[in-house]
Design a protein around this ligand. Structure first.
Ligand SMILES: [Zn+2]
Length: 245
């Protein structure tokens, strides 16, 4: 079943905690599709958002997961309970985001951008959790990075409170600048004619890379962090763990 794309409000404003939307349809698994959403759908190692959806009747549904269907265009809100009441197509509903959890994801996600800026090796994977996260790098020389040193340098970038902003480029500009893509396992969200570039620091001086995720407004908002562990994962891979303090 092909559904129309969902307007992804979190991409223009990651700080929206509530919105009203119109129900477009219910998929065959009972997932709810809206015309627009503030719920980030699981992708790029970041879990989908959770929260509640208030129906026109006043009834409240708990949304236990948010995922994509049809590539990365249509967002599906999955009720936590299989026997949830469901809204009807055309109905107006109100979404309320589980903000505390999302903000933890935003802080970790933004700090992983800083880690990219400090560890100049190809990224092979990553994961974002509520207060912890990791990036995997293709590094042969185990001595190339040190957890103490990385912790110090991350906290320096955080303390400097660099602004995190974004701008858009065309798919053609993206294709002409493949070096901007840091994560080999996560393709930038192309195919819609334009790609969002996330910049940290003036003119992206600290970091600049394509990303469709949710970020804090400035690095100071990340708060103090630690790299508790760097693990060897295979001959060429190093897993760098991150946690908020
Ligand atoms: Zn990002």
């Amino acid at each position: 079943m092909s559904e129309p794309p969902t307007a992804q409000l979190f991409r223009d404003d990651a700080f929206l905690k509530t919105c009203t939307s119109t129900v477009v349809g219910i998929n065959e698994r009972g997932g709810i599709i809206l015309d627009r959403s503030i719920f980030y759908a699981s992708s790029g190692g970041q879990p989908g958002d959770t929260g509640t959806m208030q129906l026109a009747s006043g009834e409240m549904i708990t949304i236990g997961a948010t995922v994509y269907q049809d590539g990365k265009t249509t967002i599906v809100h999955v009720p936590a309970a299989a026997d949830s009441a469901l809204p009807a197509p055309g109905e107006q509903v109100t979404l309320n985001l589980d903000w505390d959890k999302r903000h933890l994801y935003m802080r970790i996600h933004s700090c992983l951008h800083l880690m990219c800026a400090l560890v100049d090796f190809p990224v092979t994977g990553g994961q974002i959790g509520a207060g912890t996260g990791r990036l995997d790098f293709a590094i042969e020389d185990a001595g190339a990075i040190d957890k103490q040193d990385l912790t110090t340098r991350l906290n320096e970038l955080i303390s400097a409170n660099h602004a995190i902003t974004d701008h858009w480029i065309t798919d053609d500009e993206m294709a002409a600048n493949p070096d901007m893509i840091r994560t080999m396992s996560v393709k930038p969200p192309m195919g819609q004619g334009r790609v969002r570039i996330v910049d940290i620091g003036e003119g992206g001086g600290v970091d600049s890379q394509p990303c469709g995720g949710t970020h804090v407004a400035a690095t100071g908002e990340i708060g103090a962090v630690e790299v508790p562990k760097i693990e060897k994962k295979g001959r060429q891979n190093r897993r760098v763990r991150l946690k908020l303090l």
